[in-house]
Design a protein around this ligand. Sequence first.
Ligand SMILES: [Zn+2]
Length: 137
Amino acid sequence: MILQLQSKYSGMLQQCVTGMLQLIKRVFGTINVTIPKNFSEVKAAVSDMLVPVHEYDVCINDCIIFKGEHADSMTCPSCKKSRYKPEKKQARKKYHYLPLIPRHLQLLEIGKISGMLQEHSKASQVMTDVQHSFAWQ
Ligand SMILES: [Zn+2]
């Protein structure tokens, strides 16, 4: 729930999440419930349920991803722009990739979504669009 709030209000800082957890602990401290101490503990608690995100450095002009033969390159071989911000070893631009197959497998583990994805087997033999399934009606 805390992470949903942080996602909904994108400006909500991690320190704010930690402050809310401390408030919750103060209010409900007498109840025997384990409440995470800070944002890191909340994130660690749900990390096993999340699909891993792959993060890559990319050229500022989107020429290449610094991966494979370019994994250690300091500049883009195409446009010659620097990979990192000046005087920092911090990439100027990053690309976040959420692998498709683990994400779909995770969706299939949720009973309701799995049922909706398999709805076509209950419909007529020929389904031309997912919107023709019972779940969408
Ligand atoms: Zn480039």
